[in-house]
Every structure is written in structure tokens, then in C-alpha cells.
Design a protein around this ligand. Structure first.
Ligand code: SF4
Length: 907
């Protein structure tokens, strides 16, 4: 008889005994090795514990790893469903090379050797011949922190592309302009009032780790308010739901700011000490007295129009509810935690101003960087320095960072098809990794046109564990490991505290293999870390290009770097406190991380902006302190302290950078009218704002199509419409409707529900997976067989030929598939809307909804790439190129940052 427990203690992890449920009622023992790793199904990086059956050598199941400080043993539904992905009969097991034209669906098995040699030759030629910007690595969910950036910098290339401008560029710019950090880290667990512009209790950013801490705070009495036009599960659990019309969120937030200012319910001392109000007065009100009172008077004047009634009129949210939220925030004071990540910042033109307006509330309440407040992300995230760090690249790729977007927070990846079409460059070697732009990005048909054109994209490898809509247009499909089949380090700002997690290939660890991961995973599934080392050696076999040296063992120069030597060095040298913790446990640092897969680095640290700085020179005019020519603090009453990494070292209500670069009207938190503003639409004519941005709890973009349990839980994405609107249009639940966008339409089934505001329609971006060929396309659990009809002149129609249904495979469950609809792929019918400042794709669409026409079929998507290109050009006209020869403000974060000289544009 053993006591009940939530997980087996680690000293038993080498041999955990459970009864085999399939043998019931017999009591048949099964023996397991438990190997911890990290979930790869979303960015939260929760800890998983793999049960490896000692008899079969296979993974039996995944549970939560209690030693991961972020997730604390808990997972969402997608964590345990990792076993479906490992056992998926549809997964790719061997490297493949196309045997026909791109997209034709003909593939032949190839060898890793051929893949490596082909890419090594192409990349080496690009480097040697001075065509460095012809190599591009394009990643969706990175699932790692800095490994590939190190590889690309070792190659001397500005080749890193991301998915961020279909995700979070908007929020990042808003936060960065305020505090020099591009993400918030709300201390939910200690907050008294939580304001979410998202649905964190069911999905959202750092979903499971955040949700559990929000619930904890609620249990301790915190008030939860949720801004969302949809009655999400999160909104339904909130104390206050603020249903707002999309794009009006900033009006509501600024009304709250006005409420706090008018009633003197703000933290006067904090604002006076930390906001760059003197800079604002000097620049914008030079004749006003240079006093704090004068600044407060200016704020009251600026935000005077934002009465609760005005905000209510704009947003549709009742004025008394807005006031109630304001009162709750005022009462909470510095214990006010707030978060926006995608949501409104990713939906609307000017969405970054929503983040500006939200953080304004943190600034006014002094809830910045303090317990129960909202902290900069970097205070709660740890990125270890890797061994042998190469210097930054000296080149700048204008395919990724075009001159029109000096404030783009990340690479302008959504523009790649248009920039190539305009002849701004070409790609000799293109890697897509855990990324599916044909499906994920707007205007997927333009991506197909680009990928099929060998004059624009020379050699394309899709690095992916599973087929996707983009891989079918590649030259090579390279099977890379799923979460439990690869090494990575991860750390995120899940709470007030810092931790590092170690993702590891479970079977390699269980079998105690110290060679390559290749061979321990199913088939010839490899992992990226080892692939990049091998490719780098082949690009520079004799070391003459200066590349190979970065991929030699940090312990034995001249020997090839291995996973053991890379991570051993990293854990021995770069993680504070780990060597001591490991020693206390009688382990080496690498053994410790293999055993527990995570380490807590520091408990909560608050108030780092007030940390004293010593030995720095202070500029008497600006009060900014510097060391070795680099700003490091600010001289305030009481001495020199660290401050924030902004140009003023303060929180920047007024962005002198925006003003100097031609955006004076946007330099303070403001209400920018969205491209889907309500006055431009007429519901009587079938005009709506389409909300396509929301996630579902059991799906994760295109990475979960290989998880049968998740598809059984939810498998379709109807169009949600308020009954008042559906009645007006003569529609009812179950009807097929056409949703008409600027560039095409899609045909979807309607559900009338009071869970969405009138005037808005919603359709989750999950679902709508399709495959063009049997045997080489997304999993049959999730995709419908489809065809693409090229109608000429840039017009295409996707049409389903066969619904989802039972299929034959090695998994008997595949014959038991009960669902039939694949959902509808709406992104194909969206043009690209790059916000002129942040570069964020503004996802919301102004659409018309009407009854489906004769001949329309469920799942039809029609789009016109010529129209999409015209829309791109229209949005391009909204941009303002840099005023001087700098490509971008030097202080502003730039991922994969090049050397300073690359920031200068040469004619
Ligand atoms: S929230 Fe769910 S999907 Fe995301 S990492 Fe955690 S368990 Fe995995």
C-alpha cells in the first residue's frame, strides 16, 4: 500500500511501476523510466514528464514535470497530447526530395548527406560571392533561445526571419516605446486587480503558467476584468467583462486614465520621478511652466475628450462599467497587473497604441516593476550566453528590414512575396522551420506563387516534424524532432522569478546515448542543433572561411561540437547558481539538467529600476549616467539609479524618437482609428468587422493537426454572429454564408450566438487545413483533400474534394474518426495589412456577409493575388522612411542585432 501522490518522487524515476490499464482486471506491472522534457506545443514551455516503457523502449505517455518553475507540474490538454504527435502514423520519418515540379506532390526518399551537401554548396557560394543576403532562415515558433541566431552570426549573415509580425510586433512596439523592454511580465499571483485584453484563462500568452496564477490571485480576492468583444471562457470567468468594438480599446483605456487623473487617484510621486514629463513639456509646450503640475494639467487637457460616455459611444461598452474598472484599478494602486499581447494590438492599424494606452495605466498607478504589478519581461527571463559567441553580422538585409519600416518591431516577413515580386532581391537558400506561411500568413496564394518560382527562391527546405501546406512547395522536406526529440533551452516571464528549462530528446536520454540524436528518434528524424553543426562544417570544411571554429568543442578545439559539449559548457559557465545546486545534489550541471530539465535561477526581483549605479559618469545636462560610453543609469534625487533602457532612462510618455522620425502626432499614448472602424461599416448591408484572431484552448495554429485527441475535442470553426444581425440578414445557425473580403471570399457555416457583439463576426483561425495530394500533405486527422484552381490573372480558388473521415493506418483510431468538417481556411482570402509603424499585420477585416450563392460549397476560398498586391501598395503609402541615413533608431530593440555600422544606409 503506497500513499496517494500527484507524481512519483525523482529518486524513483529510474523505475516507476504502474499497472497496465489494457490488462485489467489482471494486475500486470509495467516498468517505466521517467525523463523530463519541455512541451513544444505553445510558447509557454511547460515541463513534461515522459514515461518510457522499459520493455518496449517506447514513450507511453506524458504528464507534467513538477520541477518546471513556470508550469509547476500542470499542463493544458495539448501537453499530454504530445504522445499523439510522437505516435502519429502520418508523420514524416525520412528526408525527402521533390521528384516532380514544386507542389506536384511527387517525392523521393533522400539522405541527410545529400541535403547537407546541396545546402552547404549553395550557402558557401553565396558567402564567397558576396551574396550574403540570399540566405534566409524563416522560423515560426522558435522553441529555443538564441541557438540558430548564433549559427547565422557565425556565418556572418543577416538571415534571421520570424513570424512575429503576424503575432506580436504591435504589442512589442507599444511596450518598447514606454520602457525599452518589449514585453510585460504581469505579477498576477500578487495582484489585486487584473486587466486582460486577451483570453488567458483558456488560451493566451504563456497560457497554462499564467492561467494558474490568475486563478490563484482570484482565490485570494483579486478582481479580474477582461476586454473582449467575444464572450470567451475567460470573459465568462471575469468579475467585469468589457465587450468593446474592435479597435476602440485605446479609447476605453484612455478614459480610465482620465478618470484616474481627474480624481487625483494616480501615484504622483512615481509619475513625477519616472516619467519623462520635462522632455514632453520642453518639446510640446515650451511656453508652459516647467513644473510637474503643469504636466498634469496638460495631461488633463489632452485626455479631456475621453469621458466614459465618449469611450462608451466608441466601444459599445457601458460607461458605468468602464468607471467601475477605473475605480478597481485605483483601489489596487501598485498591485495592478495588466496584459495585452496579440488581441487588439494584432488586429488593428495602430494596435501598438493599445499597448501604449494600457501601460499608461500601469505608469499612472505606479504598478511598474513592483510586487503585484507589471514588470519588464527581461527581469523574469534568463537567456544563457552560449559557448563561443560569434560577433554580430556586418550586413543588413532589406528583404527583412525594408527602409520603409524603421520602427518595425520584427522582420517584415509578411512582405516577402511582394518584395521579391518587386525585384528587391532573391533567395538562393531558404529554410522554413516550424513555420507554415502558406497557411498561417495572410494572402497564402501569393506565398504559393513565390515558392513555385525558382527564379525567386532557389533552394527551399521545409524543416518540420509533420507535413504542412508550405512543405508541399519545397525542394526538400526535412523531418525534425518533435518536442521530446530535440535539445533546447527555454525561459519565459511566466511569473515574478527567473528559470531556465532544458528540452531534451527523451529516448536518447532514456537509452543513455551520448552520440548523435539521429538514430534515437523514430526513422531518420533528426534535431536542428546537430543539423546546423554538421552543415556549418560542410560550408567551411577546412576552416578557411572562419566559420568552422564556432562549431568546434569548447573543450577540445578542432573536434566537432556535440550536444554534450555545447550544453555541458552552457550549464557549467552561463547559469548562475546551477553548478552549486548540481553539486549539492551530487550531480554535474549537465546531469542535473538531464535529471530535472529545469532550474530556478532567482526568486522574484522587484524595483530593479531603482538599483543604485556606482562609478558611472553623469552628463549634467541630461542626468544620464554612462559607463564606457554606454548609458547605464540616471541621476535622480537620492543618487544614480539604473532606470529603464530608453533614451531618457525614464518611462517615455513622450517618445522624442517618434517625433524626430516624423510621427509627432503618435508620440504620446493616443487613440488611433483602426482600419475596421465601425462608422465605415453598415451591418444592414451585411458589413461587419471580422475577428479572426482568437485561439481555441485545444489547438495551436498548424502544429496540432497531428494530435488526434485534440481534433476529437474540436474540429471546426463556424462563423459566429449575433442573432440580432443574423435575423436582419435572414440567416440562421447552420446556413452556409459567403464572407467577402477586399480580395476574395470564403464559404463557412454560420452559428448565431449572443456570445459576440452585434456588428462583429468571429471565426477562429484554427482549422481549415487542406492537402493537395494523398501521402504528402497535412495529416488526415485534420485536413480535407482539396484542389487549387488557377483561374488566371492571379485569381485562385481552393475547393474541398473530400471531407475528413475514417482512414486506414497503423493506428486503429484512424478508422474511428467521427468528425467530417475540416473547418475553413480564411487567411487565404485576407490581404496583407502592415501597420506603418510596428509592421504588424493588422488581422481584422472589414467584410460583407451574405447567403452562400448557388454553386458555393463549404470550405471554398477564392482570392485574387493581383488585388492583394494593390492593397500592399496602398498600405506602403502610409509609411514614412527614415529622415536621415540611419535605418532605424539605434536604441530600439532589433532582434538578431547587427553591428552598429550596419545601421547606416549607404547610397
Ligand atoms: S500551455 Fe499547454 S501547449 Fe502550452 S506549453 Fe503548456 S502544456 Fe504545452
Amino acid at each position: 500500500m503506497t500513499e496517494l501522490r500527484s507524481y512519483p518522487p525523482p529518486d524513483q524515476w529510474d523505475d516507476v511501476v504502474e499497472f497496465d490499464p489494457a490488462a485489467w482486471p489482471r494486475k500486470k506491472e509495467r516498468h517505466y523510466s521517467l525523463v523530463p522534457t519541455v512541451c513544444f506545443n505553445c510558447e509557454a514551455s511547460c515541463g513534461l514528464l515522459a514515461y518510457v516503457d522499459k520493455e518496449t523502449g517506447k514513450i507511453r505517455k506524458f504528464e507534467g514535470n513538477p520541477y518546471n518553475p513556470g508550469s509547476r507540474g500542470r499542463t493544458c490538454a495539448k501537453g499530454p497530447a504530445t504522445i499523439n504527435q510522437v505516435d502519429d502514423p502520418e508523420r514524416i520519418l525520412y528526408p525527402l526530395k521533390r521528384a516532380g515540379k514544386r507542389g506536384e506532390g511527387k517525392w523521393a526518399r533522400t539522405t541527410w548527406d545529400e541535403v547537407l551537401n546541396d545546402f552547404a554548396k549553395t550557402i558557401r557560394a553565396a558567402i564567397v560571392e558576396g551574396r550574403r543576403n540570399e540566405v534566409m532562415y524563416h522560423v515560426g515558433r522558435p522553441g529555443e533561445d538564441g541557438y540558430v541566431e548564433r549559427v547565422l552570426q557565425a556565418w556572418g549573415l543577416d538571415a534571421h526571419n520570424s513570424h512575429t509580425n503576424v503575432c506580436s510586433s504591435g504589442a512589442r512596439l507599444g511596450y518598447d516605446l514606454w520602457m525599452g523592454y518589449d514585453r510585460p511580465s504581469p505579477d498576477y499571483a500578487n495582484a489585486k486587480f487584473i486587466l486582460l485584453l486577451s483570453s488567458h484563462l483558456e488560451t493566451g500568452h504563456y497560457f497554462n503558467p499564467h492561467a494558474q496564477r490568475i486563478v490563484e490571485a482570484q482565490e485570494k480576492g483579486a478582481t479580474l476584468a477582461v476586454v473582449d468583444p467575444r464572450l470567451s471562457n475567460t470573459a465568462s470567468r471575469a468579475d467585469l467583462w468589457l465587450p468593446t468594438y474592435p479597435g476602440t480599446e485605446a479609447a476605453v483605456l484612455l478614459a480610465i486614465a482620465k478618470w484616474l487623473l481627474d480624481r487625483d487617484r494616480f501615484d504622483r510621486a512615481f509619475v513625477e520621478r519616472w516619467v519623462n514629463w520635462e522632455e514632453y513639456l520642453a518639446a510640446e509646450r515650451p511656453s508652459a511652466p516647467r513644473t510637474f503640475d503643469s504636466f498634469i494639467a496638460a495631461l488633463k487637457e489632452i485626455y479631456a475628450p475621453f469621458t466614459p460616455e465618449f469611450a462608451s459611444k466608441e466601444s459599445g461598452c457601458p460607461a458605468d462599467r468602464i468607471e467601475k474598472v477605473a475605480e478597481g484599478i485605483a483601489d489596487a494602486g501598485s498591485r495592478f497587473a495588466a496584459h495585452v499581447w496579440r488581441n487588439a494590438t494584432a488586429g488593428n492599424r495602430g494596435g501598438w497604441q493599445v499597448a501604449r494606452a494600457l501601460f499608461f495605466l500601469n505608469v499612472l498607478t505606479g504598478s511598474v516593476g513592483v510586487e503585484g504589478g507589471t514588470l519588464p519581461n527581461a527581469w523574469n527571463k534568463f537567456v544563457p550566453v552560449p559557448p563561443l559567441k560569434p560577433p554580430p553580422q556586418k550586413v543588413w538585409s532589406e528583404l527583412l528590414w525594408p527602409p520603409e519600416y524603421p520602427f518595425a518591431h520584427h522582420e517584415m516577413s509578411i512582405l516577402l512575396p511582394y518584395l521579391l515580386k518587386e525585384g528587391r532581391g532573391r533567395l538562393a537558400a531558404y529554410f522554413t522551420r516550424a513555420y507554415n506561411p502558406v497557411w498561417t500568413n495572410p494572402d497564402g496564394f501569393s506565398w504559393i506563387e513565390m515558392l513555385k518560382d525558382e527564379s525567386k527562391v532557389g533552394l527551399h527546405a521545409a524543416m518540420t516534424p509533420v507535413w504542412n501546406e508550405t512543405a508541399i512547395f519545397a525542394d526538400y522536406v526535412l523531418p525534425m524532432g518533435l518536442g521530446p526529440e530535440r535539445h533546447d533551452t527555454m525561459s519565459f516571464e511566466t511569473h515574478a522569478g527567473e528559470w531556465l528549462a532544458f528540452r531534451q530528446p527523451v529516448l536518447r536520454v532514456a537509452k543513455k546515448v551520448t552520440g548523435l540524436t539521429l538514430g534515437t528518434n523514430p526513422g531518420e528524424v533528426w534535431e536542428e542543433d546537430e543539423f546546423w553543426i554538421e552543415l556549418s562544417w560542410r560550408i567551411d570544411p577546412d576552416g578557411s572561411l572562419g566559420i568552422r571554429k564556432w562549431f568546434e568543442s569548447p573543450y577540445e578545439p578542432g573536434e566537432k561540437m556535440t550536444m554534450e559539449s555545447y550544453y555541458r559548457w552552457l550549464f557549467e559557465n552561463s547559469v548562475p547558481g546551477l553548478p552549486a545546486k548540481a553539486k549539492a545534489a551530487g550531480l554535474t550541471p549537465l546531469e542535473y539538467m538531464r535529471k530535472f530539465s529545469a532550474v530556478e535561477i532567482r526568486a522574484a526581483r522587484y524595483g530593479l529600476h531603482e538599483w543604485a549605479v556606482v562609478g558611472a559618469a553623469v552628463d549634467p545636462a541630461t542626468k544620464i549616467a554612462s559607463r564606457d560610453g554606454k548609458p547605464c543609469g540616471i541621476d535622480l534625487a537620492g543618487g544614480v539609479v539604473a532606470g529603464f533602457p530608453t533614451p531618457s532612462r525614464r518611462l517615455e510618455f513622450f517618445s522624442s524618437t517618434l517625433a524626430a522620425w516624423g510621427w509627432r502626432e503618435e508620440a504620446i499614448p493616443a487613440y488611433t482609428k483602426s482600419h475596421v472602424r465601425r462608422e465605415a461599416l453598415d451591418p444592414l448591408e451585411g458589413g461587419f468587422t471580422l475577428l479572426p484572431t482568437f485561439r481555441l484552448p485545444t489547438q495551436i495554429h498548424t502544429r496540432s493537426g497531428n494530435a488526434k485527441w485534440l481534433w476529437e475535442l474540436g474540429n471546426t470553426n463556424p462563423l459566429l454572429m449575433h442573432p440580432r444581425d443574423s435575423r436582419k440578414l435572414g440567416l440562421k445557425t447552420g446556413d452556409l454564408v459567403r464572407v467577402i473580403t477586399e480580395t476574395g471570399y470564403f464559404v463557412v457555416r454560420l452559428v448565431a450566438t449572443q456570445g459576440i457583439l452585434p456588428g462583429i463576426v468571429g471565426c477562429s483561425h484554427h482549422f481549415g487545413r487542406w492537402r493537395l495530394h494523398e501521402g504528402s500533405g497535412p495529416d488526415r486527422w485534420s485536413s480535407a483533400l482539396a484542389s487549387i484552381e488557377d483561374q488566371g490573372g492571379g485569381k485562385y480558388r481552393l475547393r474541398y474534394a473530400q471531407a475528413v473521415g475514417p482512414f486506414a493506418s497503423s493506428d486503429p483510431d484512424s478508422r474511428r474518426v467521427t468528425w467530417t468538417e475540416a473547418g475553413v481556411h480564411q487567411n487565404l482570402a485576407f490581404p496583407t495589412h502592415p501597420d506603418p509603424l510596428s509592421g504588424m499585420h493588422c488581422w481584422h477585416q472589414a467584410v460583407r456577409v451574405e447567403k452562400a450563392q448557388a454553386g458555393d460549397r463549404y470550405g471554398d476560398v477564392m482570392a485574387d493575388t493581383a488585388k492583394s498586391y494593390a492593397v500592399f501598395q496602398e498600405w506602403l503609402k502610409l509609411t514614412k522612411p527614415p529622415p536621415g541615413d540611419l535605418r532605424r533608431p539605434m536604441w530600439l530593440a532589433r532582434p538578431f542585432r547587427p553591428a552598429p555600422e550596419a545601421f547606416k544606409r549607404t547610397p
